[in-house]
Design a protein around this ligand. Structure first.
Ligand code: AMP
Length: 184
């Protein structure tokens, strides 16, 4: 069982008793929309149970089964795309409304206004499930969590050296030269 749960972490969740299937989503529709079946499309379709927090027409929020702290929630669009930039604009905007809705509930429950919100946008960034998902973690005093800057523990601490404005300006200019995409 240990090896199986390492490969399929949702198997562990099956034994927790807190899970409810989400039968509101039609997997064939997801396939035609997204072309790929992921762990999260199976959760969305109800084939794999989850601890649902909230849902909308095109997104689902559920508790992470390996919470870094209580309330660690994942918000997932129905479209199974690996990268945020591949999502359609309606999915993208609905997804952020989903984050707001899940956050509203977490705020009320954990009595905090502060959150860490993160996306591993692709495998090099740490993504394990190749389906866009937003990690939403309520933050409370002394919860042991760090800030995003801790992702680069070897980097010099902010303020410890003068900013290199020549390099920063060169990079900013190169990025501006690329021109506008659909977000511009
Ligand atoms: P990432 O590293 O950004 O791809 O995060 C994937 C997250 O999905 C991890 O935090 C896992 O703990 C979580 N996860 C994996 N399987 C499940 C599951 N069946 N239900 C809920 N969360 C899951």
């Amino acid at each position: 069982m240990a090896a199986a749960t390492q490969k399929h972490p949702w198997l562990m969740a099956l034994g927790t008793g807190c899970l409810s299937p989400n039968l509101h989503f039609n997997l064939p529709a997801a396939l035609s929309m997204a072309g790929e079946v992921t762990l999260f499309t199976k959760i969305i379709s109800g084939d794999i149970p989850c601890c649902e927090v909230a849902k909308g027409e095109s997104w689902l929020a559920f508790l992470d089964i390996n919470p870094r702290r209580p309330g660690h929630t994942l918000v997932v669009p129905h479209e199974a795309k690996k990268h945020l930039a591949e999502l359609s604009l309606p999915q993208l905007s609905a997804l952020w409304l989903g984050v707001m809705e899940a956050q509203r509930r977490l705020k009320a429950h954990f009595q905090t206004d502060d959150f860490s919100i993160g996306i591993h946008d692709g495998p090099i960034a740490g993504q394990e499930v190749p389906h866009v998902h937003i990690h939403l973690l309520p933050r409370t005093e002394g919860d042991g969590g760090l800030s995003m800057l801790a992702c680069w523990p070897e980097a010099l601490p902010p303020g410890s050296v003068e900013p290199d404005f020549t390099a920063l300006n060169e990079l900013a200019e190169a990025l501006r030269d690329i021109g506008e995409g659909h977000g511009g």
